[in-house]
Design a protein around this ligand. Structure first.
Ligand code: SF4
Length: 706
């Protein structure tokens, strides 16, 4: 019997996900033929093929959708004309070992793919919002937390962006194998609608379909009450961990079909939902994940970045806002870890088999001691030039010597959850870190050449504005360590997750949640739909996030005056960039150099802006901003010629671009920096390769060319 395991859309396919390769390794190890399908990267690629883009464009020209403002639609349609050519080039850039590291080309390529997705979403019978950053797949008018909505939307082919690809290619190809088992892994909220739609289609073709992945493991209690869910979507749902369970399931499918013997398996028997015994895996006995079948050359990177796991759960496991302790409660041990020697063997095996040199360690929080031992185990293999990224806690265990050792191992970037710059708030959430330990840890990372990301949040239960300001102050006070193009940070509004201690104690914390927000079938969290009666109100959190974001862009203006990090921040991109730029200058910036900076730079209009005559003036539009200026100003600002800041500003003042005299200088700087931030202008030091200026060619139209 063959098993076919599918990773459905929609995520941002930068790399394969880890869960299915583990199952494939277990199944193949037991002699069971197994096929892995990444329908996520497959779906994205199919949706952005030139013929699909052209068809979407035609649909939109015939029928203008509601729900999109006229300016955005008109910009999309104008850029759309070039998309049949610019999208293939965008894919090529993201997969190219040189172009990928050109931050301007990278940004433009990602934005071009997004244009294609926006076009597809707008052309659908019912508007669909599919984006890579932030990852999003929403269908207008559908709440994916509601079972009736899910039943309705998965039956509506007009709201399925992948319908054509599935009908003509994916479904026939799966059916041709006649698999005895089809597994669909749903690990993100954004995969729920496409994943369940796919499950439904496969079941209509008579296949035995099982859902797995972390999302539905959160809903075991709810699913026990919903035989209707199974009637529509699945013959069973595999929850928690699947390696042992899937072997038993195959055995039962081949003989006996007694599904009560399958651990971690929800299924319907005699009209009722049943759950088999709970089984927790021995992490040390898991095989090396098997990524063969996944199209490693197709992901949105120039080289594979593979996920690896060193342990399941979290060794700390106590933060009151986090739902990992709940997910982890299936095991008696808070953290089950694989031996460092085995982890090293896994890494070496993947390096050899897939020629992979970049790895993302996907553990929730990597203990310093484990990393220390892993570095020892990998030390004899330094010649392989491996690079890593992963998540960790801001603990004093990250000493000078450990950070140096990790740097030698190839650790390129660590992602740290600071959460708050206020000790009382950290203690309130039981984060278990001391604010005075944070700066030394970051310093040790910086000195060892390890980049870092800092996650922070404001609006915790009972958090006041004073506490939230301490988080901003942390970034102000530590700018000397943090300010590097490869470091990244964010300040998010707090979202209340249901399976957390904060939710369990909501009443004691003055947290009020409207019943309607949780009276749904599949609720993971209530983002802003709750009241912090003893802390910051929701609108204050939004205001402060905006204010702090603007402050951070000012403080870190040289490289971070942008909506998206210029040095891409996502794990897979970050580790590749960190490896590429180790020991090299990063020539891209987000502001003009200082007046006394001797580095020549070039400033040019971004190749993907739209340029129009507006009487004697020129109107330049990016996806987020429109400016109108004189032709002289247009030519001067975007000349692309080598410049020095002082002389360049003097020329702008002479042209009266934003007033005359010395007092115009700061105003001009602000204006130009704002144009850079809005992706109207782009700036690079001039030792940049000339391709910076070439761009993808989509939508550019200089006044003289018209
Ligand atoms: S926030 Fe991180 S450290 Fe805290 S319990 Fe969750 S995973 Fe563990």
């Amino acid at each position: 019997m063959q098993a076919t395991l599918i990773f459905p859309p929609a995520t941002d396919p930068r790399a394969p996900h880890l869960g299915l390769p583990y199952l494939a390794a277990v199944l193949r190890g037991a002699g069971i033929p197994t096929r892995l399908i990444d329908a996520d990267i497959g779906g994205l690629t199919a949706l952005l093929r030139p013929d699909a883009v052209a068809a979407n464009l035609k649909t939109l020209e015939r029928h203008r959708p509601g729900g999109m403002d006229a300016a955005s639609l008109s910009g999309l349609l104008r850029r759309g004309e070039a998309l049949t050519e610019s999208i293939p080039r965008a894919f090529a850039i993201l997969r190219d070992p040189i172009d990928f590291f050109d931050a301007h080309l990278f940004r433009e390529a990602r934005a071009t793919l997004q244009d294609g997705l926006d076009l597809a979403g707008a052309a659908a019978g019912r508007p669909v919002h599919y984006s890579l950053c932030p990852i999003r797949y929403d269908v207008d008018g559908i709440d994916e937390q509601s079972l009736p909505d899910l039943i309705a939307v998965t039956a509506d082919r007009h709201s399925n962006l992948f319908d054509r690809f599935w009908e003509t290619e994916l479904l026939p190809s799966i059916a041709a194998d006649q698999p005895g088992l089809v597994g669909i892994s749903i690990v993100n909220r954004q995969q729920i609608i496409p994943g369940l739609t796919l499950a439904r289609r496969l079941r209509e073709r008579g296949l035995f379909v099982v859902l797995g992945g972390t999302v539905f493991s959160k809903f075991v209690t709810k699913l026990m009450q919903l035989p209707e869910f199974f009637a529509h979507f699945a013959d069973g749902v595999m929850v928690y961990e699947g390696e042992t369970a899937i072997l038993e399931l195959v055995a039962q499918l081949e003989a006996g079909r007694d599904f009560s013997r399958v651990p971690n398996f929800l299924h319907v028997h005699a009209g009722r939902v049943r759950l088999g015994r709970t089984h927790v895996e021995d992490i040390d006995r898991l095989p090396v994940p098997d990524f063969s079948d996944f199209p490693l050359q197709d992901y949105l990177t120039p080289a594979p970045v593979l996920p690896i796991l060193t342990g399941k759960g979290c060794y700390f496991n106590e933060c009151k806002f986090c739902d990992i302790p709940f997910i982890n409660s299936v095991s008696k041990k808070r953290y089950r870890v694989r031996s460092p020697e085995k982890i090293a063997q896994d890494i070496l095996a993947l390096n050899e088999r897939f020629d992979c040199h970049h790895f993302e360690i996907t553990d929730e929080a990597l203990p310093p001691r484990l990393l220390d031992r892993l570095a020892d185990a990998l030390a004899p293999h330094a010649a392989r030039r491996l690079s890593f990224t992963g998540y960790a806690r801001l603990e004093p265990g990250f000493t000078v010597s450990l950070c140096e050792k990790l740097s030698r191992m190839g650790m390129r970037k660590l992602f740290f959850g600071l959460e708050s710059g206020d000790q009382a708030t950290l203690d309130h959430m039981a984060k278990g870190i001391r604010i005075e330990h944070v700066r030394p840890v970051l310093q040790h990372c910086r000195d060892a050449g390890i980049l870092f990301h800092i996650f922070s949040i404001i609006g915790f239960p009972e958090e006041t504005e004073r506490s939230a300001r301490n988080t901003l102050r942390f970034f102000e006070d530590n700018a000397d360590i943090i300010n590097h193009p490869g470091n990244s940070f964010d300040i998010h509004p707090f979202g209340l997750e249901l399976r957390t201690e904060y939710f369990a104690n909501a009443a004691h914390l003055g947290v009020e949640i409207p019943q309607a927000a949780i009276d749904k079938d599949f609720v993971i969290g209530v983002r802003l739909d709750w009241s912090n009666t003893r802390g910051l109100a929701g609108e204050d959190v939004i205001r402060l996030v905006g204010e702090y974001g603007a402050a951070l862009r000012r403080i870190y203006s040289r490289f971070h005056n942008a909506e998206l990090h210029l040095w891409p921040g996502f794990e897979e991109f970050a580790v590749l960039y960190a490896d590429h730029y180790a020991g090299r200058d990063f020539p891209f910036r987000t502001t003009l150099p200082d007046d006394d900076d001797p580095s020549p730079f070039s400033l040019a209009w971004c190749p993907d802006v739209l340029v129009d005559h507006d009487g004697p003036r020129i109107r330049v539009s990016s996806r987020s901003k429109v400016v109108t200026l004189s032709e002289c100003a247009y030519r001067l600002l975007g000349s692309g010629q080598p410049r020095l800041a002082r002389e360049f500003l003097a020329e702008c003042i002479a042209l009266n671009l934003s007033g005359t005299g010395e007092e115009a200088r700061p105003r001009l700087r602000r204006m130009i920096d704002e144009l850079i931030r809005a992706n109207l202008l782009q700036i690079a030091l001039i030792d940049q390769p000339s391709r910076v200026r070439q761009g993808l060619g989509g939508g550019v139209c200089t006044p003289t060319e018209r």
